[in-house]
Design a protein around this ligand. Structure first.
Ligand code: ADP
Length: 400
């Protein structure tokens, strides 16, 4: 089951996107609706709210007087925090319940205005931000939802900015055009990414690196994509106590370095045997990652040296739009250290970065088959290793 988050400022068209996804076959959970449901008469949360804010927040028939409660919390940040502390966990529990009831083969969509503000995007495989010009949103809220203009404006400006949402979301859907244009964009996203991704999850297929892959000019979003991948994976592995850290490594983690469009991620684990235990594989699967069982070690550096400390496990992404390789290595091992050292050294040594980039293009011109290319880079690494180590000693570098 693919988990998709949909968010956007009020009036951006987020619910419209969620509705279209439902028409395409997804099961949508609407956070606003859940927030209302948990305050229905007879719900324990309603009683907690009454105890905290007094009988005055209930109408004579025992239902919540929403306007009354809103008037109390919107002028008093402490009261708002108290209300959030009561409702937040209850909403989270209800959403989790609903999600676990979604049939395994279907796409599960979480329509949540505060997906980014609450940090909930880390639980989704992919998050979509719907972006619409502020004035358009105000106009739609006034004309189509009957809000007072000042009220609409206040609500729109109280939320996270588009920039904050953009940083956390994997997909941005602009909605300044017609509803038909929005629906068409959702359909393309569904056809090209969400549906095949869900299929990959259902059938246990990882997206393999193409046999021949071009080295491309450095992309500006590699850093952010890597950061999101790391945050989501760290969240998925939060209960695996042997995991020490998750980091973006490899060429796409070095700004300004041409590279294949592949995210390399490293998981440090205290003992590689913990990576072979079922809870680890289960957490990786939860994150949408599948193991490549034939890859169990790196070739040691320098070549021919002791192979101890170069063992690893490798996982791949199921997202058809992302080639990602997750290397699970023992914290403190030679291979683990090497990955972090090369990244930091290339980030801090522009001349070495340029030299490495030149070597990459030279090798690709000779033979661009992935395995040959990877092997052909080895002599360069062997040669560079002492320079990287000398840099580490000079700068007192230590792996984070
Ligand atoms: P949100 O859930 O983000 O608050 P909605 O999906 O409810 O936003 O959209 C806000 C209002 O704008 C709704 O009345 C919706 O029908 C309308 N709307 C959404 N997209 C468009 C569009 N592209 N053109 C015109 N109206 C739109």
């Amino acid at each position: 089951m693919l988990r998709v988050g949909v968010t956007g400022g009020i009036g951006s068209g987020k619910s419209t996107v969620a509705r279209r996804l439902a028409e395409l076959g997804a099961v949508v959970i609407d956070a606003d609706q859940v927030a209302r449901e948990i305050m229905d008469p007879g719900e324990p949360v309603l009683d907690e709210v009454r105890q905290r804010f007094g009988d005055g927040v209930l109408r004579p028939d025992g239902a919540l007087d929403r306007a009354r409660l809103a008037a109390i919390v919107f002028t008093d940040p402490e009261a708002l925090a108290a209300l959030d502390a009561i409702t937040g966990p209850a909403i989270a529990r209800r959403v989790a319940q609903r999600r676990s009831a979604v049939p395994a083969g279907l796409v599960s969509v979480f329509d949540m205005p505060l997906l980014v503000e609450r940090g909930l995007w880390v639980r989704e495989h992919v998050s979509i931000a719907v972006e619409t010009e502020l004035e358009t949103r105000v106009r739609r809220l006034v004309e189509q939802r009957g809000l007072d203009e000042q009220d609409a404006r206040n609500r729109v400006t109280a939320q996270a900015s588009d920039a904050q949402r953009r940083a956390a979301c994997d997909v941005v859907l602009p909605n300044d055009g017609t509803p038909e244009e929005l629906a068409a964009a959702v359909d393309v996203l569904w056809r090209d990414r969400l549906a095949p991704w869900n299929d990959n999850l259902v059938h246990g297929r990882a997206s393999r690196r193409p046999d021949r892959g071009a080295v491309v000019a450095p992309r500006r979003d590699w850093g952010q994509r890597g950061g999101r991948f790391v945050a989501k994976l760290a969240h998925a592995l939060r209960d695996i106590s042997a995991v020490t850290e998750v980091e973006h490594i490899g060429s796409t983690s070095v700004p300004e370095l041409p590279a294949k469009d592949v995210l390399d991620i490293q998981v440090g684990i205290r003992d590689l045997r913990a990576a072979d235990e079922p809870p680890f594989a289960a957490a990786m699967l939860e994150a949408g990652l599948l193991r490549f069982p034939d890859l169990t070690a790196d070739s040691p550096h320098p070549p021919g040296s002791d192979p101890t400390g170069w063992g690893k496990r490798v996982y791949g992404s199921t997202d058809p739009a992302t080639i990602a390789h997750v290397h699970v290595r023992e914290t403190g091992s030679a291979g683990w250290r090497f990955a972090l050292l090369f990244r930091d050294w290339l980030i801090h040594q522009p001349a070495e970065r340029l030299a490495y980039a030149a070597e990459k293009s030279r090798l690709l011109a000779v033979d661009d088959t992935t395995s040959t290319y990877t092997e052909a880079k080895e002599p360069w690494f062997a040669d560079a290793h002492p320079r990287a180590e000398a840099w580490a000693a000079r700068t007192s570098w230590t792996p984070r």
